[in-house]
Design a protein around this ligand. Structure first.
Ligand SMILES: [Zn+2]
Length: 239
């Protein structure tokens, strides 16, 4: 009797294994889809946009350190961190270059440059366009990191709010995410935010922004904010 039962168990086990093997190809897409906070994170593309570049240095600190280089360093770190979390990430620029060249006799280079960034976001069907910038003020006492959004875009606002929450964990005085009037976040079909990561006019903040470990901390906060917004966006969509 015992042997028969064992044989039956073996038969069941064999059938079970065959069943799993047959079903596996059907299960694989499902397994990948539900990976990472159970959402559609792996299918979404995030476009990181380090502001300025090439002939356009952006603003600068008292020592002449250019904004474009800080934006790029932080942007690359965000890209690498998000990729480690399995997110599909692109960059408007991964090297020191402008997106629209200076053309003799043709104005509007700055606008063409911004337009090229928006076009990249549309082409990549990016869920979020996250633009990194440094600020500058005539008031040398001003400092801090702020995420800006388009007030008409609820998804963008939510993204800015979560990024701001993460940034506030690492800055001495918490700031509020704010609605902003920027070309790049006002374009239809693009959900963009602008993160101003600090003031180059503030002597201490300018020094910090040159340091790789400080840049890493900022990048981690922004990445975390993006991941959280992505997770809540996905669960809102599927729920
Ligand atoms: Zn800028």
């Amino acid at each position: 009797m015992r042997i028969i039962i064992l044989n039956k168990e073996k038969t069941f086990l064999a059938l079970y294994l065959v069943g799993i093997l047959l079903l596996l190809p059907l299960l694989i897409p499902y397994l990948f889809q539900t990976n990472l906070t159970g959402g559609k994170i792996q299918r979404a593309t995030i476009l990181i946009d380090p502001g300025h570049g090439g002939i356009d240095g952006g603003t600068q600190d008292a020592q002449g350190h250019l904004e474009k280089n800080i934006n790029l360093a932080i942007g690359v770190k965000i890209r690498d961190q998000l990729r480690q979390s399995g997110v599909n990430v692109g960059m408007t620029r991964a090297v020191d270059t402008e997106l629209a060249p200076f053309q003799h006799g043709r104005g509007g280079r700055h606008r063409r440059d911004l337009n090229a960034r928006v076009e990249q976001a549309k082409k990549a069907k990016a869920l979020f366009l996250v633009s990194i910038h440094c600020d500058w003020s005539t008031d040398a006492g001003r400092r801090g990191m702020v995420a800006f959004y388009n007030y008409r875009d609820q998804v963008g606002k939510n993204l800015a709010l979560t990024i701001q929450e993460e940034l506030n964990k690492i800055q001495t005085s918490p700031q509020k995410a704010a609605p902003g009037k920027y070309f790049i976040i006002e374009q239809p079909g693009v959900t963009g935010v602008i993160v101003e990561v600090g003031f180059l006019s503030h002597p201490r903040e300018a020094v910090l922004l040159q340091q790789a470990d400080y840049q890493e901390k900022i990048a981690l906060a922004i990445s975390q904010g993006i991941l959280r917004a992505l997770a809540s966006h996905s669960s809102n969509r599927s729920g």
